[in-house]
Design a protein around this ligand. Structure first.
Ligand code: ZN
Ligand code: ZN
Ligand code: ZN
Length: 191
């Protein structure tokens, strides 16, 4: 009886243990997953945090750098005075030089000046085309733009200045009403 009881007890214990093992084996995996997932998530946070820290240390370094210049300006601050060292012309650029009393200097380009034109409009004549002449009063450069074409003479009627005879030729003349240009032709002898 005692041995039977012991056997039953052992069997019950074995069953209880197996249930416990089963339960533990069932419970462990989720626990293990949680344990694995949480440390795996933690390192990434730790990995980002140090970079954030290194970034946060950067401003402190720049702060230190900004602090330093505030003490330095007492040494010297450039005061530049500009002066035209090469005057610009209509076609070439000039130079303005800025210098500090300490000797430091830099140069600045001055754009070429635009031509300063004097405009002369020439109306067309009987023989010449009209045009507009642009002359720069600073450098003398001249440019021209064609205008209206020549008008051509505006002759009046022919008038006999010397009548022809049987032995001599005559002369007829006509004059331009606009420019007084005269045109002359020889009249043949009579007969
Ligand atoms: Zn200076
Ligand atoms: Zn010019
Ligand atoms: Zn004319």
């Amino acid at each position: 009886m005692k041995s039977e009881h012991l056997m039953l007890f052992l069997a019950a214990l074995a069953v209880a243990l197996s249930i416990c093992i089963c339960l533990l084996s069932l419970w462990q995996p989720p626990a293990a997953v949680i344990e694995f997932s949480s440390p795996s998530a933690a390192p990434t946070e730790e990995a980002t945090e140090p970079t954030e820290i290194s970034v946060s240390t950067m401003p402190s370094a720049t702060e230190a750098a900004t602090v330093a210049p505030t003490t330095e300006p007492t040494i010297h601050e450039h005061t530049y005075t500009g002066k035209v060292t090469k005057a610009p012309t209509c076609t070439s650029s000039g130079v303005r030089t800025y210098t500090c009393e300490c000797g430091a200097s830099y140069q600045e380009n001055i754009e070429p000046l635009a031509h300063s034109y004097v405009i002369a409009v020439r109306n067309p004549t009987c023989t010449k085309n009209g045009c507009t002449i642009y002359t720069c009063k600073n450098c003398g450069y001249s440019d021209m733009e064609l205008g209206e074409s020549a008008l051509g003479h505006s002759f009046g009627p022919w008038s006999v200045k010397k009548a022809p005879t049987e032995t001599t030729t005559g002369i007829a003349e006509r004059q331009c009403a606009r420019c007084q240009e005269t045109e002359t032709v020889t009249l043949p002898k009579l007969g």
